[in-house]
Design a protein around this ligand. Structure first.
Ligand code: ZN
Length: 202
């Protein structure tokens, strides 16, 4: 479906965006959006250690401010971080001044050259402008773990069905996705390891 894997014809509209990594190798890039989150991030960090995987965490500035110790722990455990806005307000990109202020706030909190817009949405000219400042990353596979109406087994099936060489895969480190992510991520990883995939950070 188009939601889980956006077709190439639409990706070509935003050529400056990174949608997928190295297509020539069996490598996957796990990304975790919206943290840090006190009920989820500690579990996620321990689980990634157990699985011996380093991932990329696109953090919300407001959450970094609320949980600086978790933000530093993500980095201390060897993961990469990226910016995911200061707020995660829907439609923020429509108000230029508020959007710029949001960008300045998050840039002061998170030191990274990676940026993923909240909800994956920006105006085209904002995509262009942000890509001059950052490596703007969207995704190859979105697991839809954020949808509590989806069964965890379904989220796992989405992850394993759509992942392919170089996939950048989105999970969420947030309250509403916790049940699905906790179930689906380790099981999908076990499947991918059996298939011979390696895991890298962006
Ligand atoms: Zn998000």
């Amino acid at each position: 479906m188009w939601i889980e894997q956006i077709p190439d014809c639409l990706r070509r509209l935003l050529p400056q965006v990174l949608w997928r990594g190295d297509k020539t190798r069996k490598v996957l890039y796990l990304t975790f959006d919206d943290g840090p989150f006190d009920e989820g991030t500690p579990w996620l960090l321990d689980e990634l250690d157990r699985l011996q995987i380093k991932g990329t965490f696109f953090c919300i500035g407001k959450n970094v401010e609320a949980h600086p110790e978790l933000y530093h722990e993500i980095i201390a455990r060897g993961h990469r971080v990226g910016l995911h806005g200061y707020e995660h307000r829907r439609g923020l990109y429509k108000d230029e001044a508020a959007f710029e202020a949001d960008c300045a706030c998050v840039a002061a909190l998170i030191d990274s050259d990676l940026y993923r817009p909240p909800h994956g949405k920006l105006k085209r000219k904002q995509f262009k402008a942000m890509s001059q400042r950052y490596r703007v990353v969207l995704w190859d596979v979105i697991t839809r773990d954020y949808n509590p109406k989806l069964a965890p087994e379904k989220v796992c099936r989405i992850a394993t069905r759509y992942a392919r060489n170089g996939s950048i895969i989105v999970f969420h480190d947030s309250a509403k996705s916790m049940r699905n992510m906790r179930y689906a991520m380790p099981r999908a990883v076990a499947y991918w390891k059996e298939q011979g995939y390696q895991f890298e950070t962006l």
